[in-house]
Each structure stands twice: as structure tokens, then as C-alpha cells.
Design a protein around this ligand. Sequence first.
Ligand SMILES: [Cu+2]
Length: 446
Amino acid sequence: MSQISFSNEVAMLRFEKGWLLLIPLTLALSTIHCQIFEGDIETELKECVQLNQNKTSDRSAVYASTEDIYTHCLQLFLWKSEIVQWKGFNITEKDRDFINSLIGSFVRSGRTKRQTNQAYPQTGFRIRREYRMLSVEERTAFHSAINQMKMTGQYDVFANLHQGAILNLIHGGPNFFGWHRVYIALMEEALRRIDPSLSLPYWDSTLDFDMVNPDNSIIWSSQFLGNGGGVVATGPFANWATPIGQLTRNISRAGILFRKEDISAIMTRCRISDISEPTALDQFNLELAHGGPHIWVGGQMSGLNTAAHDPAFFLHHAFIDYIWDMFRWNQIQVCGINPLTDYQTTLGVRAAQPMAAFPAYRNIVGYSFDWSNHWYAYERSPTCSWSRPFCGTPYLRCDITRQRCVSVERTEEEFPTRRTGTPTLRIGPRFRSPPTDPRILNARKK
Ligand SMILES: [Cu+2]
């Protein structure tokens, strides 16, 4: 043996012939696992560290130090070794089988190495619509299926996948889009196993941003997501427990919702690297923009480890996925670029690597056309005009001067805990957000 080095999570033993022995020390492992890698891994490791260090922009929020970069790269190889792909999650074998059963429904039987091949989902094709476009019955069915998943523990199994070591691999680069696409599609599949008529609604937060005061949106009423201030005590998810305490929100204290202008700006770009971390300029950066509503909603939604415990997460991410879908069509039709070959290796996260939490897939599967061909499509978010001054639902109205649909206000009062302040929760690291909505800042000045 020629050398031993340690990061905070891994001991790396280096042998003469280029062999490496990596021993994870923590990562929530119950026992210590060992794995021997062959020499070419070392080259990859070097490349990974270099890629990170060469980043010229100031996205240091994600990787603050060389130590962080090293840990990230080592984690990557531990994932590749498959020994920690599941062990990092505190879930039972039964939970893992549940997740795998959703995956199994659309990987073709007798599959070969070409894992981008996907079959049709077990529960069929679905159309995703804006949350406010659902009928009362459809909304109730959606809420009750989510609650059923919560009761059986399936919801928390999903929410807990979005935490810990894998966060590095699924944020901060183009993998953000593909991973979250798969993640929410599997969640939707789980919902449809309960009720095959369901699909995941999306929350188009531009419809709220365009209100005079987005805080008053009907979204934060008992008919929709429940109250937006303090402990969630009204609506379908009232009194939900999460690993860090009661489900809580603190809307409109920081962050910013999506603006139609942000989305139009993103649509002027052609390459995935133009709209993703760490290469995109802020005004075209879709991952950065997605942090705005996370922070705007507050509570669990504002933290990387906790966000998925608020069902708002899945509606928000369905909207990100919708924007990405439009971007991909634009790539094909306007830019003449094949989105499937436009995957960029960033931060050492490669297209061919097993997907975090879903190791039956490669990262590139998230970029496959099968999702839009066989799985789901988006119904366009409602628009209105002088000649057609309505939005097709009682929950949206046409702002005729701007020819845009905007959310109606709720009639309910905000839940009283808002006034007594929100409980302090150990949220942990938070999403990065674009600059705060000026309306929030102006309100503070008063
Ligand atoms: Cu995420």
C-alpha cells in the first residue's frame, strides 16, 4: 500500500498498482463496507475533482471547499459501487421493493444493456393539468390518494429519497432535470396504482405572481393546498407530521414565484447548459429560478432535505418539468438540437451512471423521449385574450388589460397561527433563490 487519505466520510487506501480501496465511514451505514476499485477509477476521480475546481462562476453555494468537492466525487464512486445506493436511505427492503415495483412497470422485460428502452407505464398515459383546472371531484380524488400514501408510509418513503448524500448528484447540474422528471413520474405512478384516473397536477406559480398580492391566492385555502402561514392546519394536508415536525409554511417572506418573463427568457436559449447550473447566466437559469418558489413557500419547502415532505413540492416540480418539456420542444423545432444528445457532464455526474435512488436507470433515462411519448403530456397552462376573456375555471380570472389568467383570491382568512409566528424547524441547507420579490421587500419597509 502506498498511501492513505481521509475525507470526512471515506478512507481511501491507495495501492501500488493503481488500486484504490474506499471505505465509507458514515453515510448512515450500519456497518462498514469495503469495495475495491480498479485503477481507471482513479483517473475518473481526478477528472471529477478537476471539473469542480475549474468552475469559474461563483456558484460556491453548492461546493464551498475542496473538501466538499472531494466528498462529492467520492460519494459518486460509492454510488457507482452500488454498496451505498440504498444503504444511505433509512428504508426497509419492503420500501425498496415498492419503489422498484414502480420502476419495473416500464423497463422492458428481458432488457438489455440499452437501459434507455422503456415500456409503457402500467397505468397508462396521463395528461397533467394546472391544479386549478381540475374539477372538485378530481381534486378531491387527488388529495385522498396522497393522503392514502401518507397513511401507508409510501409518501414518506418518496419524500425521504430527496435527502442526504444524493442531493449533490441531483442538483447543481443538468441531472437536476432528468432526475426530478423520473422522481415525480414514479410518484404519479404510485398515485395511479391507487386511482388510475389521477395525474399529477402542476402549480403554475406565474398565475399567482401576476396577482396584485400573491399571498391571497386560492392555492393557500382549504380547497387546495391548505393555509400558507404557520402550521398547516386547514385543507387536505392539515396536521401532517414530517421528520422535523408538523408540516409548516411561511409564504411570502423571501424568495419569488415564477414570472412569465423568466420562462420567456429561458425559451430564447438552445442548449441545456444555457439553462442549468453551474454554467447558465442567472436570467436563464431554470434551476436557480426553481429555488424562488421553494423559498417563497417557506417551511419544509425551503430546505433541500425537507422540501418533498410538503405535497406542494410535487406540484411545483411538475411545473418545472413542464417548462423543461417546452424547452425541449423548442430545442428540436427552433434550434435543431436533439435534447437526448445535449446531456452535459457537469460536476462529474455522467449520463451513463446509475441514477441516484433509482439504480435500475442510468441518468440519461431522464432525458429519454419515452416520458413524453408513452408516459404523460402537459395540457397548456390557461391563457386568455380580448376575444376570449375567460380561463375555463372559477379559480382563475382573466386580467383583460394584460390578457393573462391570474389566480382568484381565497375568501377564507389566513390561518391564525400566521400571527403568532411559525415554529422554528431544523430545515438545514436551503435552496438558492433569485432576488426576493420586490413586493415583499416593500412591505417590510413599511
Ligand atoms: Cu430536488
